[in-house]
Design a protein around this ligand. Structure first.
Ligand code: HEM
Length: 479
């Protein structure tokens, strides 16, 4: 074998390799130069431990995000749960990432959430399929839909109070009972599905696993949640098939089913627009989306009212006036009455600003994105947060002060984002509003109350909740 090497070819190869290495190094450093500042931490784990530690103390914004904003600016990189992630803050960032859903980013939920909510749920859908499902939900929450919902919600709230709140002076768990109420409102008032004993517990088991590690070993939170999800699915499929049979018998598929969302889903299924699996997954998703969020919003509204007696006096005036306009004390509220509750809605909005039920959420870049002078590579996650604007004095003067009147003025678009924004803006925003306002009305007109612990700590796991269930002492008023 001839091993002799031509010196010229050798030189050419060396020069080619050196040039290639130079170009690659240059390219890499160019990309790295443009990445946002920040620390990626340990391989895979990154800064996840710090993230969870701060979350557990309900100080995720202060200890994790704000601390890094001070070091690196409003846009910084980190690594969370194995994913390179860019955390963004401010109204401009919210607008950019929330409005560019489907174009530059898509929402990105943990694998456990996707498995438990189902891959057919609205949160996993994009484009036309997403628009179709949102359209169905929106028809139940249109202005005529809301008009139909008000008497149904009033009836559910008064029955709930008679069952759990009546019986003289006593202490009850405001948060615990509100969860029972919001569950009943979503299932019975919105969807038209009767709540049967054991259903709430079954759904709660699923919700407990939504953010758990997706490990299916016996006894794990996730495997318990998956078992409960299977039971719920079987129950829902039966309910959906029964409703289909009824509607086909009565040839109701063209009607709106009295505004009941389940009938609208089934009508769309009969028309071939959605499948049975899509109906079941979206019922589970709606319960998940509505349950802890609305209950926490109500709990925080009462907490802020307890802390601010002047605001409470103003709010009660609003409800006393509505009561006075009724000829019978038990007369149900109308949608027009609810529209009069402007100050109450300001109080609720301000409570949700300070205590957002959803911290923020993750998106995934579907292409390389230029933002704020940096490059976010395709495949990276982006975390936007409600706190990033709610706690910034640029958008809300003296942001930690409770000031419902600040909503007399219009707020800058994408600065008040407890319900998100863009194509994935909360689909149940109007239902949450009705639920909160109607519940507050009946409580403040029928009971005097005091909170047992004004400063009850908030636990986050990973959604926030009052750690002791918010014990409230109630004193029924003489009617
Ligand atoms: C105070 C109560 C509530 C809060 C704070 C809240 C908050 C949010 C937020 C922040 C999002 C957007 C998530 C993202 O961009 O990734 C969202 C989406 C959603 N919410 Fe709500 N929500 C509340 C109540 C409800 C209720 C009562 C329902 C329905 C019955 C509901 C149904 C939904 C649905 C279906 C979506 C997904 C929308 C989509 O992907 O197109 N929410 N919610």
């Amino acid at each position: 074998m001839n091993l002799e090497v031509n010196p010229l070819s050798f030189l050419v190869v060396i020069v080619a390799i050196a040039s290639l290495a130079f170009v690659m190094k240059n390219c890499k450093s160019k990309i790295e130069r443009k990445l946002p500042p920040g620390k990626m931490g340990l391989p895979w784990i990154g800064e996840t431990i710090d993230f969870y530690k701060a979350q557990k103390k309900n100080r995720l914004y202060q200890d994790f995000i704000q601390a890094r904003i001070r070091k690196h600016g409003l846009t910084f990189k980190t690594r969370l749960m194995g994913h390179p992630t860019v955390v963004v803050s401010g109204a401009e960032a919210n607008k950019f990432f929330l409005s560019n859903e489907f174009k530059l980013v898509v929402s990105s939920w943990p694998s456990s959430s996707v498995q438990l909510m189902g891959e057919n749920s609205i949160m996993e859908k994009q484009g036309e399929a997403h628009r179709c499902l949102r359209g169905i939900v929106a028809t139940s929450l249109s202005s005529s839909g809301l008009e139909n919902l008000v008497p149904r919600i009033c009836n559910t709230v008064t029955m709930h109070l008679e069952r759990y709140w009546n019986g003289g002076e006593k202490t009850i768990s405001l948060y615990g009972l509100t969860k029972v109420l919001t569950f009943t409102i979503v299932l019975e008032c919105l969807l038209g599905i009767e709540v049967k004993p054991g259903m709430l517990e079954m759904f709660e088991k699923v919700l407990e696993g939504v953010f758990a590690a997706p490990f299916s070993f016996p006894g794990s939170k996730f495997s318990r949640a998956k078992r409960a999800r299977k039971e719920i699915e079987e129950m829902l499929v039966e309910i959906v098939r029964d409703r289909r049979r009824e509607m086909e018998k009565q040839e109701q598929e063209q009607s709106d089913g009295g505004g009941i969302l389940l009938s609208k889903f089934v009508a769309a299924m009969i028309r071939g627009e959605i499948t049975e699996a899509e109906v079941a997954d979206n019922i589970v998703l709606l319960v998940f989306a509505a349950h802890d969020t609305t209950s926490f919003a109500i709990a925080m509204t009462f907490r802020m009212l307890a802390h601010h007696p002047n605001c409470y006096a103003l709010l009660r005036k609003e409800h006393d006036n509505i009561m006075r306009s009724k000829s019978e004390p038990d007369e149900s509220l109308t949608y027009e009455d609810v529209k009069q509750m402007n100050y109450t809605w300001q109080v609720a909005r301000e409570s949700i600003r300070i205590f957002p039920p959803i911290f923020g959420s993750f998106r995934k870049a579907i292409q390389d994105i230029e933002f704020d002078g940096y490059m976010i590579p395709k495949g990276w996650k982006v975390l936007w947060t409600a706190y990033g604007t709610h706690y910034d004095s640029k958008y809300f003067e003296d942001p930690l002060r409770f000031e419902p009147g600040r909503f007399d003025e219009l707020v800058q678009p994408f600065s008040y984002v407890p319900f998100g924004g863009g194509p994935r803006l909360c689909a149940g925003y109007q239902l949450a509003k009705l639920n909160i306002l109607i519940f507050v009305h009946y409580v403040v007109t029928r009971y005097n109350w005091t909170l047992e612990n004004l400063d009850e700590p908030i636990t986050v796991d990973p959604l926030p909740f009052p750690s002791q269930g918010m014990p409230i002492r109630i004193y029924p008023k003489l009617q």
